[in-house]
Each structure stands twice: as structure tokens, then as C-alpha cells.
Design a protein around this ligand. Sequence first.
Ligand code: PAF
Length: 280
Amino acid sequence: MQIFKEIGPLKAFLVEKRKQGQTLGFVATMGALHEGHLKLIRDSQNDNSTTICSIFVNPSQFNNPADLQKYPRTLEKDILMLTETGCDALFCPEVETMYDQKSHLRFDFGHLDKVMEGQFRPGHFSGVALVVSKLLHIVEPDIAYFGQKDWQQFAIIRQLVIELKFNVVLKSVPTLREPNGLALSSRNARLTSAQREKASLISRVLTSAKEKLKNGTPVGEVKDFVITTLEAEAEFKVEYFEVADSENLTLLRNVTESARPILCIAVFVGDVRLIDNMFL
Ligand code: PAF
């Protein structure tokens, strides 16, 4: 695997691949890779002749400096995992390379970035949109892969790509889970083994909530059920649980208002903030 820290040499490599008629698949990450990321890489390898991964812990998407500081950084291990998976290239720039000048751009996605994650992490999606724009300009991939776990992020990047006319196809890849149901996430590394076991309750509660909604239980009642069940556990604090239309993220009071509802949740387990979602 070729490793690039600078934009120029990466671009030269990509131009060469283009000349050879290769198609480019791209997986943007913040590192601390796990099987979920490797699934994105493998999907890209199935669809494209060259796969590029980026690892960049993007400061502009962290509204909480302590969260940025605590974000796990495991570059050497990540490089080994990517090499073993047969990824062709890694772009792992320094902050100064991606932000060589103070950025004045701010993104506003209307309703899409005002609810759920957007409500509790102000500025987060503007930072995501900024770095994803930079990365898409640098890599110019044919297809970019994102995990379904960050569904709201996917909906926002889709809007970004449409509005700014990026010539890229986006693919959302279903969430991988631990055997106990816990959604794979880089943040799981910060859970103790007891917390990791207990956190499996999140996916179990989402599955029960799904069943309840399918059986006609009103959204309000299901919300109460989800919050009460999770918060009965010491260390659990639900930040939000919403049922939304998966396309425009309108929050639903009734699942019949949407063709494809999605259940979305953010929960603190101790001081680790976990998110998860499931389509109805
Ligand atoms: O999902 C992530 O890991 C990040 O938000 C992304 C898309 C790599 C942008 O920093």
C-alpha cells in the first residue's frame, strides 16, 4: 500500500491510475479502524480497480475539544489492517496540510443539520461537509463509501454532492455489529469490557422499538419506552431518540407519514457517546 501525507504526490498517483483506465473507490475515515471500515474497503475493492482510504481526525467537526483530544488514534495498527486488506493507497495528512489557512466556509443544510446530531453537536456537520468537500476535490473518486451508522451524515453528504455537483456516486454500507448487537464504532475502544457488554442493550432496545412501531404503537409511547428502558441502566443517558424519514430527516409522529422511516439514537454510556440507527 502506498502511503501519502501530501496532496501533490497523492494526486500524481491518482492521475497515473486514471491514465491506466482504473476506477477509483474512496473510503474517508478518522482512523481507529475496525471491521466496519474494512467492510467499506472491501465493498470498494469489489466495485473498483483502485481503492484509496483516508485517515484524518478532522478538528473542524468536533464541537467539543475534549472529544477531539480523546478521539482514539492508532495509525500504525490502521496501516497494518489496511495493508492486510489489500487497500491500494492511504492518504493521512497532517492538520496543516488540510487546513493550511483559517477556514471561513460554513455550511448550512437547513433542516438536515438542525435535528438529532445537528441539534446536539452544533457546527459538527459544517465541519464534516468542509473536510469531505476537500477530500472529494483531492481524490475525485468514482464511488465513495460511508457507513450507515452515521446515517444523518450520509444524508448531508448526499445533499452536499448534489448541490455542489461533485461527480461521485455515494454508497451507504450497512452497519456491522458485534455478536451481542453493539454497532461497531471507533468509540467502542473507549468502553470498559463491562460497558461494552451493557451497551448491547442499545441495539436490543432499537429492535424492540421497531417491533412496537410495526405493531402500531405511537411514536411518543415508543420514545418513552426506549428512554425509560435504557436509562434504567446506571451510566446510560439518552441524548435523543427519534423516528425520522430517512430521506429528508423530518421527525415523525406517526410512521405512516414516511415511505422509509429510520430509528436514530444517541446515548452516553459513561462519558462515551454512542450512536446507532435501524431502518423500520
Ligand atoms: O465518518 C467519519 O469518520 C467522518 O465524519 C468523515 C466522513 C471521515 C469526515 O471526517
